[in-house]
Design a protein around this ligand. Structure first.
Ligand code: ATP
Ligand code: MG
Length: 364
C-alpha cells in the first residue's frame, strides 16, 4: 500500500498545456477515478505518475518519497495501458511471468506461482496456456490486468481498462477489478471517461478538464453539489440543466436578484423537476419535443420559448404527450447557483441569507 501525492504537476507538449497544476493526494489503498472528456489530460497524468513521461514542474511522491529521476520499473507502480498489448507469440502465462522474471528478477518457480495465484483470483486459470489470438477481447483484457496485478505493486494505474468491452462484461469487470484492488490493498488510480465506471469503482472521483482538476470528491458529493458548471454538465444522465441569467436577472426558472447577475447560472437536475408542482418556487415551461423511455421512467426533453432545451424525468404513468405544453417545478434546495462557473450554493441558501454574506451579494 502506498500513498500518492501529486503536487503542482504541470506538463506541456510544445504550446499545448496537457496538465495545468494538478494537486491530488490519494490515500493508502484508496481507489480514485480520474474522469474527464477526451484530451483532458487523463493518460498524461497517469503516465507522469508511472514515470513514463517527465513533468515540466511539480512533483509526484510515493509515501513521501519524490519520484523524480526514478525510472518506471523502479517505481512501486504497475500500469495497464489504454491500448495494452500482449506479446502475441507468448502464452497468457508467459505474458504474465515475463515482467516478473525480467523486470522484478523473480525465479521461474516464484513467477509461475504468482501468475497462478492472480489468475485464480481473476478466474482466468483456464486461459494461461493460450496465446492472445485464441482469446476474446475481454479475456485478453483480463490477462493484461493480471499481468499488472501480479507485480504486487503498491499502486495500480489503469488507463481505460474496460474500453471496447460489451456493456455486460464491462459492468461485471468494473466491479471485479474494484474488489480485486481492494482485496490486495493496492492504491488504485483508474482513468475513465465513463461516469458510471468512475461511480462504481472509486472511493473518490477526480474530474479533470483541460488539464485542470475541476472537483475531487466522493461520487455522492459530486452528484449532490457539482463544484463547477463543467462538473454539473458532465455528471448525471442526462446531466444538470443549466440556465444563465440575463442582465435583468431573468432565467428560464424564475428571476434572481444579484449584483452582478450576468455571471450567474442556475442549475437543476432532470430528476428534481416535477410535473404538477404548483407550490414549487421555481418553474420551467416548454413544449415536449422528445420522450425517451429508460425502462424505469421517462426522460422528457422540452423546448423553451427561447429555443433552448431542458430535460426532466417523470414516472411512466405521467408521461406528457409529444407537442404538449408542460410546466415543471423545483424546490429551492434543488436549484444550484453558479457564479463565474463556480458553485456558490443553492437557492435555499439564498433564501436563508447565506449567499448574501458573499461580497458580490446574491439575493433571492
Ligand atoms: N506525446 C504527445 N505529444 C503531443 N501532444 C500530446 C502527447 N500526448 C498527449 N498530447 C496531448 O495532450 C492532451 C492530453 O492528452 P491525453 O492523452 O492525456 O488525454 P486523455 O484525457 O487521456 O484523452 P482520451 O480520453 O482521448 O484518452 C491532448 O490534447 C493530446 O493531444
Ligand atoms: Mg487517454
Amino acid at each position: 500500500m502506498t500513498r500518492v501525492d501529486v503536487r503542482g504537476l504541470r506538463k506541456t507538449f510544445g504550446d499545448h498545456v496537457a496538465l495545468d497544476g494538478i494537486d491530488l493526494t490519494i490515500a493508502d489503498g484508496e481507489q480514485v477515478a480520474v474522469l474527464g472528456p477526451s484530451g483532458s489530460g487523463k493518460s498524461t497524468l497517469l503516465r507522469v505518475i508511472a514515470g513514463l513521461e517527465d513533468q515540466e514542474s511539480g512533483s509526484v511522491l510515493f509515501d513521501d518519497v519524490a519520484q523524480e529521476g526514478v525510472p518506471p520499473h523502479r517505481r512501486d507502480s504497475a500500469i495497464v495501458f489504454q491500448h495494452f498489448a500482449l506479446y502475441p507469440h507468448l502464452t497468457a502465462l508467459e505474458n504474465i511471468t515475463l515482467g516478473l522474471r525480467h523486470g522484478l528478477g523473480l525465479g521461474k518457480a516464484e513467477a509461475d506461482a504468482r501468475a497462478h495465484d492472480i489468475a485464480e483470483r481473476m478466474r482466468v486459470q483456464d486461459l494461461l496456456g493460450r496465446k492472445p489470438k485464441a482469446m476474446s477481447g475481454g479475456q485478453r483484457q483480463r490477462i493484461a490486468l493480471a499481468r499488472a496485478l501480479a507485480r504486487r505493486s503498491g499502486i495500480v494505474l489503469l488507463d481505460e481498462p474496460l474500453s471496447g468491452l460489451d456493456a455486460q462484461l464491462h459492468a461485471v469487470l468494473r466491479l471485479e477489478i474494484a474488489s480485486l484492488l481492494r482485496g490486495v490493498g493496492a492504491t488504485g488510480i483508474n482513468v475513465t471517461h465513463d461516469q458510471l465506471d468512475a461511480m462504481a469503482m472509486a472511493d473518490r472521483i477526480a474530474v479533470i478538464n483541460h488539464g485542470r482538476l475541476e472537483q475531487v470528491g466522493t461520487p455522492d458529493e459530486l452528484y449532490a453539489a457539482p463544484a463547477t458548471t463543467f462538473v454539473a454538465g458532465f455528471i448525471g444522465t442526462p446531466p444538470m440543466n443549466l440556465f444563465p441569467a440575463a442582465p435583468d436577472g431573468a432565467t428560464a426558472l424564475g428571476t434572481v436578484r444579484a449584483d452582478p447577475v450576468t455571471a450567474l447560472v442556475l442549475g437543476v437536475r432532470p430528476e428534481h423537476l416535477a410535473l404538477h408542482a404548483d407550490g414549487a418556487p421555481w418553474h420551467l415551461t416548454g413544449r415536449v419535443a422528445m420522450v425517451e423511455p429508460t425502462g424505469q421512467d421517462r426522460v422528457v426533453q422540452i423546448v423553451l420559448d427561447d429555443g433552448t432545451t431542458a430535460a426532466f424525468r417523470t414516472p411512466i404513468t405521467m408521461t406528457p404527450a409529444l407537442g404538449s405544453s408542460v410546466r415543471v417545478g423545483a424546490a429551492s434546495h434543488h436549484v444550484h447557483v453558479y457564479r463565474d462557473g463556480v458553485r456558490v450554493g443553492d437557492m435555499s441558501d439564498v433564501a436563508h441569507g447565506v449567499l448574501r454574506a458573499d461580497p458580490a451579494g446574491v439575493a433571492a
